[in-house]
Design a protein around this ligand. Structure first.
Ligand code: B12
Ligand code: SF4
Length: 510
């Protein structure tokens, strides 16, 4: 072995332990590439409360470098904290940031004193070239996709590395993680795993960061590669279902359907796949139904046409409605997601989205989930420019990133000043209650959970329709239900508190 390398998925998203249910695919790709090239890799998947316990073992391994996978938001803040602790504990080890945040703003990251190197863009090849160069103390200036500090501590960010065309050459070693940690039964009694079968998206939704990293052109694993890996996971561990987190699984419809067919015939059902509504038609939905595709995830984003245009979504409310009615006809369970708090969005426009989300919930097949998220201005996105014009305070340090989060834990949304306190309390209350559908997952008590949930949701809806902005006892009840859910599903209380709602309500009272 050439050297030890430790890779850490910093798991500090607002959804806490449930974020840890997703296998850290990015690190498995990077770790497998390093391992193939002679490095001894260990992957860690850490919640902030697990950082301290992991440090002694990392120190004991004396890694050549420790790599952190970092997303923008709360994770950025915790990744900075962890990096500082690694620096204190293992001062000789180099600290490398990779992942979406590091890729979006490598120049910002490399200036931090707790970051030695940044790998921006796809990490498989850069990580190997960088490790070899570090080991042999070679020149780093020619390594595409790398950011570093030169002898004078000046920050240098090398050019981007071209995106990989042939994804199949990235063989995956799943045993780099404890696969069993990612085995959770869903409401159908199946055990789904997250998989990413293609990269790239040609669309240009103004709020979305994805094409910045995965590129505009569609690059895909072959059906053989996908089925080989998923059948391996079925035979070895018992995963019998899959969630495709691809940017656009159905962009190449023939390939998508071929994968679904092969998987279904081999006993792996499709739990959910990310789609754009314009990729669905009757023929495709009929196939989904025949192959038993359980659900699709799509962004309806808004219930207002002006906002949809601003988002550059390329579809309007009528179009969404037509597709939703089709989904209902074919009885495809959906995960639909909307966003409120877009720059320039008025209160009435926001309410239209909330009303539309209730229409969606009524119309979509039983078991569907409709979630409304707060707008999160992501680095380098089109909408960020407008957000800044309208007063968004772009974080100047990693600490500030913790305030920017689309779900929780409910800091005051001072970073998007076009949202008033009152709106904020309302949005958060709607968000909280719209997520009660997660109780569906309590598979053993599905009927009871659903019944409680439905009564609860009916009550909340009538408050939303009447624009009643206070949700005191309802939110307390919701917190109890969520804690029960956390306990049953993850063995621990999620422990989220709706601070903003409480603060918002308090301020409304004054
Ligand atoms: C699955 C997914 C999740 C999962 C798993 C997240 C994860 N960290 O893997 C869950 C549901 C937990 C999740 C949560 C969130 N997500 Co998410 N998620 C995705 C999704 C759909 C796919 C990610 C994926 O698996 N890609 C496949 C792998 C192969 O690629 P990869 O992870 O990018 O890794 C490659 C490179 O980035 C790089 N790399 C990655 N890490 C490292 C580390 C090192 C050291 C190196 C060298 C290289 C390297 O090499 C890898 C191989 O090429 C993307 C959208 C997308 N299409 O990418 C959004 C996305 C990553 N999520 C996003 C966001 C904002 C979030 C949340 C913050 C939202 C929230 N607040 O709830 C949370 C944060 C959670 C957290 N843990 O911090 C944004 C990130 C934007 C940004 N600038 O950071 C994205 C791009 C979607 C978007 N809105 O545009 N997410
Ligand atoms: S939201 Fe989906 S379709 Fe739009 S740019 Fe992002 S990945 Fe592509």
């Amino acid at each position: 072995m050439k050297a030890n390398i430790d890779l850490i998925m910093v798991c500090a998203g607002s959804q806490g332990p449930s974020d840890k249910a997703h296998i850290p695919l990015g690190l498995i790709y990077v770790g497998s590439a390093l391992e193939r090239n002679g490095y001894n890799v260990k992957i860690w998947h850490l919640l902030p409360e697990e950082f301290e316990d992991a440090l002694p073992e990392i120190r004991g391994r004396q890694p050549l470098w420790v790599g952190l996978s970092v997303l923008s938001g709360m994770t950025t803040f915790y990744a900075a904290q962890l990096s500082r602790r690694i620096r204190e504990e293992i001062p000789k080890t180099s600290i490398v940031w990779g992942g979406h945040h590091a890729s979006a703003v490598p120049d910002e990251c490399i200036r931090k004193d707790y970051i030695d190197y940044v790998i921006h863009g796809e990490g498989e090849e850069t990580a190997v070239e960088f490790s070899d160069a570090l080991l042999s103390s070679s020149d780093l200036s020619g390594i595409l996709g790398l950011g570093f500090k030169d002898k004078n501590r000046c920050s240098i960010v090398n050019s981007k590395r071209p995106l990989a065309e042939d994804l199949d050459r990235y063989e995956l070693n799943w045993e780099l993680v404890n696969v069993r940690n990612y085995m959770n039964r869903n409401s159908q009694g199946k055990i789904p795993m997250t998989f990413y079968s293609s990269r790239g998206c040609p669309y240009k939704c103004a709020f979305c960061a994805t094409p910045l990293y995965t590129g505009k052109s569609f690059r895909a694993h072959s059906p053989e590669f996908v089925t080989k890996n998923l059948f391996y996971m079925k035979e070895t561990y018992g995963f019998d279902s899959v969630f495709f987190a691809d940017d656009n699984f159905m962009l190449d419809a023939n390939r998508g359907l071929e994968i679904i067919r092969r998987l279904t015939e081999g006993g792996v059902s499709v739990d959910t796949l990310d789609v754009r509504l314009n990729q669905l038609n009757e023929e495709i939905l009929a196939k989904f139904r025949d192959y038993g595709v359980c659900g699709v995830f799509f962004g309806y984003e808004s219930g207002n046409d002006r906002i949809l245009t601003l988002m550059n979504k390329g579809i309007d409310v009528d179009y969404i409605k037509k597709k939703v009615i089709l989904l209902k006809e074919y009885n495809i369970v959906c995960w639909a997601s909307g966003i409120v708090g877009i720059p320039t969005e008025t209160r009435e426009e926001m309410y239209e989205t909330i009303d539309f989300s209730m229409w969606l919930r009524d119309t979509l097949p039983e078991g569907s989930t409709v979630s409304v998220y707060r707008y999160m201005p992501l680095p380098k996105t089109k909408l960020l420019e407008l957000a800044i014009q309208k007063g968004f305070q772009y974080p100047t340090c990693s600490e500030d990133w913790r305030k920017i989060d689309p779900i929780g834990p409910y800091y005051k949304m001072e970073w998007i000043p076009w949202i008033t306190e009152q709106d904020e309390a309302f949005i958060v209350a709607v968000q909280e209650t719209s997520r009660t559908k997660m109780l569906n997952y309590i598979y053993k008590h599905n009927f009871i959970a659903n019944s409680i949930n439905n009564i609860f949701v009916r009550h909340i809806r009538s408050r939303v329709r009447k624009r009643k902005l206070r949700f005191d006892w309802e939110l307390r009840l919701f917190e109890v239900m969520r804690d029960i859910y956390g306990k049953l599903r993850f063995g621990k209380i999620a422990g989220f508190k709706s601070q903003a709602v409480k603060r918002g309500n308090k301020e409304l009272e004054q």
